[in-house]
Design a protein around this ligand. Structure first.
Ligand code: SAM
Length: 271
């Protein structure tokens, strides 16, 4: 490790130095002088350097205190770069002004909560270009029908248009992770992928449906406290057979399902 800094496995530190892949990430993120860019986990600063050379402004948030002084010294002469010592899971994204592009080689141990948090603050971001464990990238982009398609696929596809850009072999990192990696871009949608009355309720339904993914919708959705009668009406009302499993429903199907179920819940409470 440079300057005697040992990579901390507990912080997901797998550093990427290969100029070929660094350039490919910045190209995929489509960074230019008009862009404000947020980098999560700058590490030793290799990707940071490439991003800083092209971005109008770069904000980099690093959790590991050992790296902060070194990063600040390395970028002291770069007036467009701000290094923040902090946790990407806590950083107050609501304070960001304007819209930002995110580019990051994410720490894999928290990549899912980071993505969920970025999506929660999606009005602050236009695109998220992220290095992920290949399997996570595949799950996010998965179409309905297979075992990779799940809660994360529906959530991310509802709010963004995901695209796997390219894969990166483990050997490109130091130290090499135990998994292969892929860079993916999530383009934040101006409007969600399909209309739904209550987005929070949609999330509740999708979570419940996939919580026991081998069960039929009829059984998996019991935990929402819906009567058997409501499930009996599902097919006639919206053309979704309650004997289907969650993984067969498209994002749009889930939206129709949520609207129908919420209508039933309202009917019950207003009777
Ligand atoms: N960007 C560097 C690169 O490409 O070589 C480092 C990437 S490394 C996979 C992940 C980085 O995220 C590490 O520097 C790690 O210390 C940092 N990190 C881990 N948890 C974090 C958190 N909660 N918030 C911000 N940074 C974090």
């Amino acid at each position: 490790m440079n300057n005697n800094i040992r990579a901390k496995k507990s912080l997901g530190q797998n550093f990427l130095k290969d100029p070929h892949y660094l350039k490919k990430i910045v190209d995929a993120a489509n960074i230019g002088p008009a862009d404000q860019v947020l980098e999560i986990g700058p590490g030793l600063g290799h990707l940071t350097r490439e991003l800083a050379a092209r971005a109008g402004r770069l904000l980099a948030i690093e959790l590991d205190e050992r790296l902060i002084e070194r990063l600040r010294a390395d970028f002291a002469g770069a007036s467009n770069v701000t290094i923040v010592h902090g946790d990407a899971l806590e950083y107050p994204f609501e304070t960001l002004q304007g819209r930002w592009k995110v580019a990051a080689n994410l720490p894999y141990y928290i990549s899912t909560p980071i993505i969920q948090r970025l999506i929660r603050f999606r009005e602050k971001f236009t695109t998220l270009t992220l290095m992920l464990q290949k399997e996570v990238a595949e799950r996010i982009a998965a179409p309905p029908g297979g075992k990779e398609y799940g809660y994360l696929s529906v959530l991310v596809q509802f709010y963004t248009a995901p695209r796997v850009e390219f894969t990166v072999p483990a050997g490109a990192f130091t130290p090499a992770p135990e998994v292969d990696s892929a860079v993916m871009t999530l383009r934040v949608r101006e409007r969600p992928a399909a209309p739904v009355r209550d987005e929070d309720f949609l999330i509740v339904v999708v979570k419940a449906a996939f919580s026991q993914r081998r069960k039929t919708l009829r059984n998996a959705l019991k935990k929402l406290g819906l009567s058997g009668e409501v499930m009996d009406r599902l097919h006639a009302a919206i053309g979704i057979d309650p004997g289907r499993r969650a993984e067969t429903l498209s994002v749009e199907d889930f939206c129709r399902l949520a609207d129908f179920l919420q209508g039933q819940a309202t009917e019950r409470t207003t009777k």
